[in-house]
Design a protein around this ligand. Structure first.
Ligand code: SF4
Length: 264
């Protein structure tokens, strides 16, 4: 089992990407994981031997107190935070300066090397916002990674994307490329590759709905939670879903797959 514990902070998002696993958008129920509960569970995670925390959504930066929560969790364990990178206005950049030097990796989505192609999957103006934000974040300095979720990219499109990410100052080791997974809105849109439970690396993932097999699991389709990878409705004490996941792992052979192995 991975030694990273994931939280879904919320399910709403300022974007509504065509392949979103969680059908996130500005209008969906927020399903907010209360910060105090996340911090309490992070402490339990540390005591149980977890080595890091992953945070995703929805868009975590829609939670006004996110930076304070990050500081509290970073006092306990290192954090990898996934964001769409579009909410980094001047005030937010100033606020993020307090995170310089902390054990935080911020992973920003960028799917294509041109605004036309990128924004067709994500939102108009997304490309420009991300391109402008990355140098500001690197200047703070923060550890920035770029995640590219791809579907039918040609080798030329992949090359162009790699060159752009390099030009932005992101080293190859910090550029994560993975396929769209055929769940959630991607499933409704006929996008992505199937991923069985055997292909998804077990990484305990908590949301307000319960505990799941992996961060690819707590998906929504047609407004309903997809429960096939829900392992427990109980998330506290953390030892309860940990024990359940371990018992599943004992029965299910996991086979690594470069595209379904993990979120980061
Ligand atoms: S893929 Fe990410 S950025 Fe896009 S709608 Fe879903 S949560 Fe928001």
């Amino acid at each position: 089992m991975s030694k990273r514990l994931w939280f879904y902070t919320n399910y709403h998002c300022n974007l509504a990407c065509t392949y979103c696993l969680t059908e996130s958008s500005p209008s969906v129920p927020k399903r907010i994981f209360q910060p105090e509960e996340m911090i309490s569970i992070a402490k339990q995670a540390s005591e149980l031997g977890f080595e890091s925390i992953g945070i995703t959504g929805g868009e975590p930066f829609l939670i006004p107190t996110l930076v304070d929560t990050l500081h509290s969790i970073l006092d306990i364990l290192p954090v990898t935070l996934l964001t769409n990178g579009t909410l980094f206005h001047k005030k937010r950049i100033e606020e993020l300066r307090s995170l310089a030097g902390r054990d935080l990796r911020m992973q920003i989505s960028l799917d294509y090397a041109t605004p036309q192609e990128n924004d067709a999957m994500r939102a108009r103006g997304n490309f420009e916002k991300v391109i402008q934000a990355i140098p500001l974040l690197l200047d703070i300095p923060l550890h920035i990674r770029v995640a590219s979720t791809i579907d039918q990219h040609t080798s030329q499109e992949e090359d162009a994307l790699n060159k752009l990410v390099h030009k932005l100052g992101i080293p190859k080791k910090d550029h994560i490329v993975r396929k769209i997974i055929h769940r959630g809105r991607a499933q409704s849109q006929g996008l992505g590759i199937n991923a069985s439970i055997e292909e998804l690396m077990p990484e305990l993932t908590l949301t307000v709905d319960g505990a799941f097999w992996s961060p690819f699991a707590p998906t929504y389709k047609d407004g309903r939670l997809q429960k096939d990878l829900l392992i427990s409705n109980t998330i506290q004490p953390l030892s309860a879903p940990v024990d359940i996941l371990l018992s599943f792992i004992a029965q299910i052979p996991y086979q690594a797959n470069e595209h379904t192995a993990g979120f980061v």
